[in-house]
Design a protein around this ligand. Structure first.
Ligand SMILES: [Zn+2]
Ligand SMILES: [Zn+2]
Length: 232
């Protein structure tokens, strides 16, 4: 299979034996998008039009607040807030009377949109389609896929949704089996680890040593169910 700008990072993510490879890819995209928007792109008029229009979700705002460019962030938010006040806040409905449903619908759009999420999601679509193509075409990649520690529930859902249209019927059954098996095996391990953690609070188990994995069972379950932010 010919390599392209998507296949190389996908292969690299699946060569790492820790965590969900798609969480790894998405975390890197998110970091790149944040650096982009907080860097030189901030002063590009085209980018500012988009950040003014789309704004940011809470998770990405938290990351931006933690980055060292408070003036830059304030400038971005200054013009975004101006736009929210101008366009984002609903006026009254029919005949000037307020209409809760349409006002809520308009606000929901403002609340839910995020410049960084949109940029990440656009890239993720390319990763999903390339990954499914690689899985279909390459024995070597199918082996790599099975070698992942797990696929989180969030990315398993995203992959299967796209597999429904990208893969033929026979391939779909095989892909579903392998992808679900990766998540299921991990859930079995997590169940055992969280059981051990909870039992460690019973008096007869006081002082019994636990593995790092058992101690971090709650965090690992959260990652496996909803996806994880993986540091570089
Ligand atoms: Zn994931
Ligand atoms: Zn976001």
């Amino acid at each position: 299979m010919r390599e392209n700008i998507y296949t190389i990072p996908i292969n690299e993510a699946f060569e790492n034996p820790c965590g969900c490879p798609l969480c790894r890819l998405e975390s890197k995209l998110s970091r790149d998008a944040l650096e982009y928007v907080m860097g030189a792109a901030m002063m590009e008029p085209d980018v500012r039009l988009e950040t003014n229009r789309l704004g940011f979700c809470r998770a990405h705002l938290d990351e931006m607040l933690g980055m060292k460019n408070r003036l830059g962030l304030s400038l971005i938010l200054q013009t975004h807030l101006e736009e929210v006040r101008k366009k984002g806040l609903p006026k009254g409905g029919l005949l000037g009377k307020p209409d809760c449903a349409s006002a809520a619908k308009q606000l929901r759009k403002t609340e839910e949109s995020c410049f960084v999420c949109r940029r990440v999601n656009e890239f993720m679509e390319h990763y999903y389609s390339n990954l499914l193509h690689m899985w279909e075409e390459s024995d070597e990649f199918r082996r790599k896929f099975d070698g992942a520690e797990y696929i989180c529930l969030h990315h398993l859902t995203e992959l299967l949704e796209r597999g429904a249209s990208a893969l033929g019927k026979k391939r779909q059954a095989e892909f579903t089996e392998h992808a679900v098996a990766l998540a299921a095996a991990h859930f079995d391990r997590l169940q055992a680890d969280v059981d051990t953690f909870c039992k460690s609070f019973e008096y007869q188990n006081a002082g019994k040593p636990m593995t790092e994995g058992e101690k971090r069972a709650a965090e690992r379950i959260a990652d496996a169910l909803t996806g994880a932010v993986i540091e570089a």
